[in-house]
Design a protein around this ligand. Structure first.
Ligand code: UDX
Length: 458
């Protein structure tokens, strides 16, 4: 770490894995540049403070833990389940966080003034925390908005309320490229009017902020959308990612990664393994579990498959898989509850990634040059998947067909056939391009330098 610069940054992540990881990546970067770090966090999905002994952690009583999460049942976070339309809105609309956060931040600023040890330069929190902007303003504190989405989704999703109002007029896919019409209808279907006002609030509070930070994107992945974002938001915009490239490793994992994955991968051939994972939020049905199981087994390729506890609706783990099939799966694959994903994607044996296309997973796969099979479930995943399959052409799209024959076919195509080889070569080129962006003088690196200078000036 560089010598302390006497400045402290306060971070407040949304409590889900896909938002905690990027926030902690930003924390590591800023800490390495001399900033002290304070993390304010909910009791729900508490980050592991022991992994970050140099940061200060302050827990707020959020009411979420007591009210909703008597178990660490991630199905609570399933965007398909209503009324938890999505965790983003559930948490962020939760008034129960607002007062504890305000008290915590106010005390922090008071103690800073009294002790005169360090200056709090700014608050950085997730775009989903819509109550923090007016609070920061009232406390005269600069607030930066962190977005974990792809820039094109963040910018584009604000047109959804308008499209929904016009949905009976048959929205056209060109209104949100490269989404196809069927994707758009799916997004509009899963969303509710409640989220329209939430989107409006995100837009309003972001426009009033001191700046917008995309931690997992860069010019190479989002050039046009960044131009559009700069036009629309008129606040400084920083695209500093893929931020995990600066400090690889996943010490902000809420779950314990099963390290035996790596020993298992060590025994496999180069680029032979299909890695299957749907991130930290998406749930699947029993039928989908069995179709995936049959599909990967019938492809006859080795596979490493993450099934989180509670991920299969109505069951505990994988007990829905009959014994006979389980025996056959063991011949070719390994099923774990949580994997060290970045290390898995980096491993020479990993040849493809069957993914839900959460933005972190998508970017991690791009950075390691691993082509994808896209099975998006909800929300931004549909857009990310279209970029992978239709724009960058570095993956194949299942088009919603979670069926054994289809899965077998695409896995074999990606890993064994010439078309898969062409996709892999394109992915390699994209990986190199994105990799250059985080090197000195690359676009993301320069943006990060601007961010550090900007925060230091407060
Ligand atoms: C959520 C939303 O679902 C997603 O659409 C949005 O883009 C980000 O927030 P999540 O579903 O958890 O995220 O997916 P993703 O963005 O891919 O993040 C998952 C993170 O968990 C990745 O950083 C991945 O490396 C990590 N992970 C996942 C593991 O470390 N091990 C695993 O076994 C699975």
């Amino acid at each position: 770490m560089e010598k302390s610069n006497g400045l402290r940054v306060v971070l407040f992540p949304l409590p889900i894995q896909g938002c905690i990881n990027p926030m902690f990546q930003l924390a590591k970067i800023l800490h390495s540049r001399g900033f002290s770090i304070t993390v304010i966090h909910t009791r729900f999905n508490t980050p592991k403070a022991s992994n970050h002994p140099l940061y200060t952690f302050l827990e707020i009583q959020d009411g979420l833990f007591e009210a909703e999460a008597s178990t660490r049942d991630t199905s609570l976070l399933n965007p398909r389940l209503k009324p938890n339309v999505s965790l983003f809105s559930t948490v962020s609309r939760s008034n129960s966080c607002e007062a504890p956060f305000r008290d915590c931040l106010t005390k922090l600023l008071q103690s800073e003034t009294e002790e005169r040890k360090q200056t709090i330069s700014c608050l950085i929190d997730d775009s989903g925390w819509i109550f923090t902007q007016p609070l920061a303003q009232s406390l005269n504190l600069s607030r930066f908005v962190l977005s974990t989405y792809k820039v094109s989704f963040f910018v584009g999703h604000f047109v959804l309320p308008k499209l929904r109002r016009e949905r009976y007029l048959q929205p056209q896919a060109e209104e949100f490229p490269p989404l196809r019409k069927k994707d758009l209808l799916r997004i509009l279907d899963e969303e509710t009017e409640v989220l329209d006002s939430y989107s409006d609030m995100i837009l309003e509070t972001t426009k009033a902020s001191s700046g917008l930070v995309f931690v997992s994107s860069c010019e190479e992945l989002d050039e046009d959308s960044l131009r559009q974002a700069r036009r629309e938001f008129q606040v400084p915009i920083f695209a500093i990612g893929p931020s995990h490239s600066y400090f690889p490793g996943s010490s902000s994992s809420l779950f314990t990664p099963d390290q035996t994955c790596i020993q298992w991968l060590d025994k496999q051939e180069d680029k032979a393994v299909i890695y299957v994972s749907f991130g930290s939020v998406v749930n699947i049905s029993e039928t989908e579990l069995l179709e995936i199981a049959w599909g990967v087994r019938n492809s006859d390729q080795p596979f490493l498959w993450v099934v989180r506890v509670g991920m299969v609706n109505g069951t505990k783990w994988i007990e829905a898989i009959p014994e006979e099939l389980m025996e056959r799966l063991k011949e070719k694959g390994k099923i774990v509850k949580w994997a060290p994903q970045q290390d898995v994607l980096k491993h020479r044996a990993t040849g493809g990634f069957l993914t839900h296309n959460g933005w972190n997973s998508t970017v991690e796969s791009v950075c390691e040059g691993v082509p994808m099979i896209c099975v998006p479930s909800v929300w931004d995943q549909l857009l990310n998947a279209r970029f992978v399959s239709d724009v960058w052409m570095v993956g194949l799209h299942l088009e919603g067909r979670v069926e054994r024959d289809e899965i077998e076919r695409v896995v074999r195509k990606l890993l064994l056939e010439p078309e898969g080889e062409v996709i892999r070569e394109r992915m390699q080129l994209l990986a190199e391009k994105v990799g250059r962006s985080v090197k000195q003088n690359g676009s993301a690196y320069r943006s990060l330098e601007h961010l550090v200078d900007h925060i230091s000036s407060f």
